[in-house]
Design a protein around this ligand. Structure first.
Ligand code: SAH
Length: 237
């Protein structure tokens, strides 16, 4: 795939590259990902059988979710287009001795043409809002999953509350995320994400919201999808 057709924003990839060395610091810039990981992992594991499954994690970054799914017994491939986070992910897997886990720098669209229908589960978390054409990523995920398999997405809703919470609150007031982490125009409404999924031939299974209380610093899943939300899809068998 040539540089000009790559569905990626070089500035976004550079941003994650610069912070890569901080990825596994539970109190660092990626603290929110560490904190939400047990929640999303349990949610995924409740809907898809992870032990023995072939799992693809798209936009895996430093590997927080990928590694945790491998620990649950899945064979996991993590892909990303930012080099440094992938190196950090590889190093961390080596250090912790997690097996059944590998990483590769490849575009999801390219992997979809190389090996369609080869994963039982595809996850793509907190990634679509950093990509120029999220629908193309959703399509590729749908091609990569086997018939009957599951695809899980999470991203940020686009409305005034999401702007207030995810950008003003998280980046500027609470300092949960570095300034400039998110760009509002790239946020995706649940109806849009569901449409991308259906257009790609996926069935929509379940949608959940992820909420945060800054006072107790707790996260939990709920029915409120107005800021951060997760979508579970299935490829018809
Ligand atoms: N999914 C991980 C990391 C989220 S951070 C988690 O939830 O724990 C967002 C990640 O998306 C970064 O690692 C960034 O490099 C990656 N990313 C951004 N644009 C991408 C693209 N076009 N293709 C693949 N990965 C991309």
């Amino acid at each position: 795939m040539s540089e000009t057709t790559l569905n990626a924003d070089p500035q976004e990839l550079a941003k994650f590259g610069e912070l890569a060395h901080r990825w596994w610091d539970p109190d660092g810039e990626f603290r929110p990902l560490h904190q939400i990981n047990p929640l999303r992992l349990d949610w995924i594991a409740g809907l898809a059988k992870l032990p023995g499954a072939d799992v693809l994690d798209v936009g895996c970054g430093g590997g927080i979710l990928a590694e945790s799914m491998a620990r649950r017994g899945a064979r996991v491939l993590g892909i990303d287009l930012s080099t440094k986070p992938l190196k950090v992910a590889q190093l961390h897997a080596l250090e912790t001795g997690v097996e059944n886990l590998s990483y590769r720098e490849v575009a999801v669209e390219q992997l979809a043409s190389e090996r369609p229908a080869s994963f039982d589960v595809v996850t793509c978390m907190e990634m679509l809002e950093h990509v120029p054409e999220p629908a193309s990523v959703v399509r590729a995920c749908a091609q990569l999953v086997k018939p009957g398999g599951r695809v899980f997405f999470s991203t940020l809703n686009r409305n005034p509350k999401a702007f207030l919470f995810a950008i003003v609150g998280a980046e500027h007031v609470l300092g949960l995320l570095p300034k400039g982490t998110h760009e509002y125009a790239r946020f995706i409404k649940p109806s849009e994400l569901a449409r991308y999924g259906r257009d790609a031939g996926l069935e929509i299974d379940q949608m959940k919201g992820m909420e945060y209380n800054p006072l107790t610093r707790r996260y939990w899943l709920s029915a409120r999808t107005d800021v951060n939300y997760l979508l579970a899809c299935r490829r018809p068998a």
